[in-house]
Design a protein around this ligand. Structure first.
Ligand SMILES: Nc1ncnc2c1ncn2[C@@H]1O[C@H](COP(=O)(O)OP(=O)(O)O)[C@@H](O)[C@H]1O
Ligand SMILES: [Mg+2]
Length: 259
């Protein structure tokens, strides 16, 4: 662990609605260090996506501040790459063109764009599929292209909003492994939202548990499993007593406020 990359301080968010203001987040404080893989879990509607939108720069907080490398976040840019539940690739571009698109928009020269597309498609093991259209790939492969596309912009932090939520269980487990490999290879900082407690415990170096609306951080627990990934198969890890104990600890926080 080194220095903070992201500092969220005392963030409150209220949305305007027909019935008056809706408090989505209340006094959220979160400091993320370089290289962490922070997983956020919490019930639907607790403000997870709102928190991600604040970090991405899509919306400003009502109160509080968010800083990346010490500078206030004021608008979306390539420093924060977002991966959504739906891959949202451009259907009229090939896989390779999708990945090269961000660098192209940033004025990067053609040869360098090719290199970036190739290295990132190799990273997600889809280089052989570079000439395909996105719709020719499975959902899991499309999501890997989406990850490659975001990483080709060399973001400081990768923001992922339930990225595996729409995939079948087996594909989801494969992509969890892929993500851990990518995280280890690139050393990127990752902010990962999920409502699967098991997924959070498996992927996170830290698990942030949020309360129902208005979302507050109930606790943050350290987890060792992602750093150990690759040494044991995932089912062995997920059924180990240490893993089950962590999963139950997280669930206890969630249930304590729901009942
Ligand atoms: N644009 C909006 N206008 C009004 N209310 C919103 C808006 N976006 C989200 N909300 C409300 O804020 C709360 C938090 O939403 P969200 O951040 O999407 O939660 P989560 O991602 O945890 O499911 C919810 O109650 C939701 O209905
Ligand atoms: Mg959400």
């Amino acid at each position: 662990m080194t220095r903070p990359i992201l500092e969220i301080r005392d963030v409150t968010v209220e949305y305007a609605s027909r019935d008056g203001p809706v408090a989505a987040l209340e006094q959220v404080d979160l400091i993320i260090e370089e290289g962490e893989l922070v997983c956020v879990v919490g019930p639907s509607g607790c403000g997870k996506t709102t928190l991600l939108r604040i970090i991405a720069g899509f919306i400003p907080p009502t109160e509080g501040s968010v800083r990346l490398d010490g500078s206030p976040i004021e608008r979306p840019d390539h420093q924060r790459g977002v991966v959504f539940q739906q891959p949202a690739l451009y259907p009229w571009l090939t896989v390779e063109e999708n990945v090269a698109f961000g660098p192209k928009m940033r004025g990067i020269q053609k040869d360098r764009r090719r290199e970036l597309a190739e290295s990132h498609l190799r990273l997600v093991r889809l280089w052989e599929f570079r000439h395909k259209a996105p719709y020719e790939l499975s959902g899991g492969m499309q999501q890997r292209v989406a990850i490659a596309r975001v990483l080709a912009n060399d973001p400081r932090i990768l923001l992922m909003d339930e990225p595996f939520g729409a995939l079948d269980a087996l594909t989801r487990e494969h992509l969890q492994e892929e993500l851990l490999k990518i995280w280890k290879t690139t050393g990127k900082t990752v902010f990962f939202i999920t409502h699967s407690v098991e997924e959070a415990c498996y992927l996170g170096t830290r698990i942030v548990v949020m309360s129902p609306r208005p979302g507050r951080i109930l606790t943050a627990l350290e987890a060792p499993f992602s750093r150990q990934a690759g040494t044991q198969d995932s089912r062995t890890v997920k059924s180990s007593p240490e893993f089950v104990a962590l999963r139950e600890a997280v669930l206890k926080y969630i249930w304590a406020v729901e009942t």
